[in-house]
Design a protein around this ligand. Sequence first.
Ligand SMILES: [Zn+2]
Length: 439
Amino acid sequence: MRNSRFTSVLLTGVTTLAALAVGVGPAVAAPLDPVAVTAAPGDQDVEVFAEDGAISRARVPAASPFAAEPSMSAAAAGDGAVTKIVDNGSTDSKLDVVMIGDGYTASEQAKFRKDAAAKWKDISAVQPYATYRKLFNVWAVDAVSAQSGVSGDPKQSTVRKTALGSHFWCDSIERLLCVDIKAVDAYAAKAPQADLVIVVANTAKYGGAGYGSTQSPVGYEGIATVAGGNGASGQIAVHETGHSLGKLADEYVAEGQEPYRGAEPPQPNITTLSADRMRQDKVKWYRWLGKTSPDGGTVGAYQGAGNYPSGLNRPTDNSVMRSLGREFNLPGREAMIAGFYRHASTVSSATPVTTRLTATDSLTVDLPVSGTKLRWYLDGKEVTALRDRRTIAVSDLGPTGPKPAAHELKAVANDPTSAVIDPALTPALTRSLVWSVTR
Ligand SMILES: [Zn+2]
């Protein structure tokens, strides 16, 4: 999650736990010592996920005392190798998720890739991922760790030297699984085009973290850490992508927080306004008010959101932005789909748009999302006979003129989903590809 936008707005007054954080020391410093305290400038806002689904916040160092530089032997053992574990097409037209293993030794990299694939299966089973899963590619980046497992598992005192320095008991919170951000960046940069990073730790112990603004030079939208061997931890990544891809705010309340008294926040799923006022002003999720939401109940204005107990309202009682293991609500789902389409397209083709087609060529397009409507246009005029046909021959385009001439062939693909209704977001549901045809 990239929450730099709202940390200043929504976290004002939150007691950060910086006082408990250790200073950013050398990469191989002593284990976390809550007594040796310095608030480092590189601190990160993270979210903590309890086993009962409850979510809270903490502030932790960007560096890990357990991160070990990859050794020469690690490099020889395939450190940094990149594998595409889910391949739905070229990175230009897809959202690229990069999974990096930590706490897996050279002989455990096959296990990492298996854990990563299982984790993606958990994430992509949740809506709207399930419907849109073909918009994603998933890459696995092997990080060879000197030791197997991660620090803080099974005991707080357990120390493991690993490539990304993953450790439980981060900020003295058992379930908070932190990493070394610089090390994550270095591995993420090895994959072609990281849009989203998930660190898979070699542990069965429940835990994870969601990192806020990472100032990543690699350009991805956020980092989630999950336990590779724990079935429930995939839900952590789902919540985190609500922030990074959906640009959604939290819908939970942080402990000890005063009422919100600030300006109307920018996120689409929190508001200072009542339902009546949203309807009257035609703002926020007014289009969804009264509709039955996938997370249960009807969309309204429920008190308590954005970590505040009052002064901010949320769309439904208990979506995944409030508790893990839940569904997105209707405004959340709409924002997620819009987020997917920021990185991925409704249409792609193995034939590059730079290809100059001739009279004998044919062409196939891929429509990754079921229900997508396809139309073909020649020089701006629709060839209606080809509607919804994925493979066409240039000769299908109608009679040629007296001599060969250049024409513009356009494929326009629209996802007519009823899950996105905001006119500000619907343009992303239509994409096109254009070729030049000489015939
Ligand atoms: Zn969150």
